[in-house]
Design a binder for this molecule. Structure first.
Ligand SMILES: [Zn+2]
Ligand SMILES: [Zn+2]
Length: 270
């Protein structure tokens, strides 16, 4: 358990706090805060479960200034409506994604539309949403900047495009998908059409794809890599980690694997 009282952790004058609260096909949520502003990227667990996980990390949902939505799949939006209403949190979402959610979100506290490719701010956080290739209406990755630090988030993408690679350059923390081990996927229990969907251009990244991406993105100021959205059937945390360790050997990058049940540790840049 974390001994720090909520207030001191959330309002700490640290430069940037990042925590993957949950990751995988049964629910995703990422917390990012800089001491004066705090956001969630996606809220794909029940509202209660997200509150419980924030509480465990001494993060207070009352301090959230925004929920950013990456795309409309239920593992990214399940708790958005509830949290928005319960804590009066504005929801940042692009037009096509909002439309695609239908009635799922219910009445929101406030909707702030964004457009992929156009930067905006949430108080002290500089947000840049960028298009990714995934089987959703207008899916988005994000970079978040504050206090001279940059965090990049790209999960749920079938291929790494030039756009993705360019946007993720120069990050201090990278949260990237390592969805499956190709051999496990092929030999695994999924029906053929689902295997094809996952491997396709708008599916999910394999461990090898992720390793290649990280090879391009490695630089001296990269401190943490969080491997995310692992398939529970077609990957293991060991395989995901193994696929990038040799690459990152000799660098000072810490590698974390975000799990469905426990997320990632709290990462603090200061
Ligand atoms: Zn997902
Ligand atoms: Zn998805």
């Amino acid at each position: 358990m974390d001994a720090l009282p909520k207030q001191s952790r959330d309002k700490k004058n640290g430069k940037l706090t990042v925590c993957v609260l949950a990751s995988g096909s049964r629910g995703n949520a990422i917390y990012i805060g800089d001491g004066s502003t705090a956001i969630l990227i996606d809220a794909g667990l029940s509202g209660v479960e997200i509150q419980r996980r924030m509480d465990q990390k001494a993060l207070d949902p009352n301090h959230l200034d925004a929920i950013l939505v990456s795309h409309e799949h239920s593992d990214h939006i399940q708790g958005v409506g509830v949290l928005s209403r319960r804590f009066g949190i504005p929801v940042y979402i692009n037009k096509n994604t909002l439309q695609a959610t239908g009635k799922t979100l219910g009445k929101l506290n406030q909707v702030v539309p964004f457009t992929c490719g156009y930067s905006f701010t949430v108080k002290s956080l500089a947000v840049h949403p960028f298009s990714i290739s995934h089987d959703a209406e207008d899916p988005s990755g994000f970079t978040i900047g504050s206090n001279g630090y940059k965090v990049g988030v790209a999960t749920d993408l079938g291929i790494v495009t030039g756009v993705v690679r360019n946007h993720l350059e120069g990050c201090n923390i990278l949260i990237v998908e390592a969805n499956h081990d190709p051999q496990m996927l092929i030999a695994g229990p999924y029906p053929w059409h689902l295997k094809q969907r996952i491997q396709g251009r708008s599916g999910h990244l394999s461990n090898e794809d992720t390793a290649r991406l990280l090879e391009d993105l490695l630089h001296d100021d990269l401190s943490h890599v969080v491997l995310a959205h692992l398939s529970e059937e077609n990957n293991t945390p060991e395989k995901a980690r193994q696929s990038v360790v040799s690459l990152l050997n000799g660098s000072r990058v810490s590698v974390h694997v975000a799990l469905q049940k426990t997320g990632s540790p709290l990462l603090v840049l200061e």
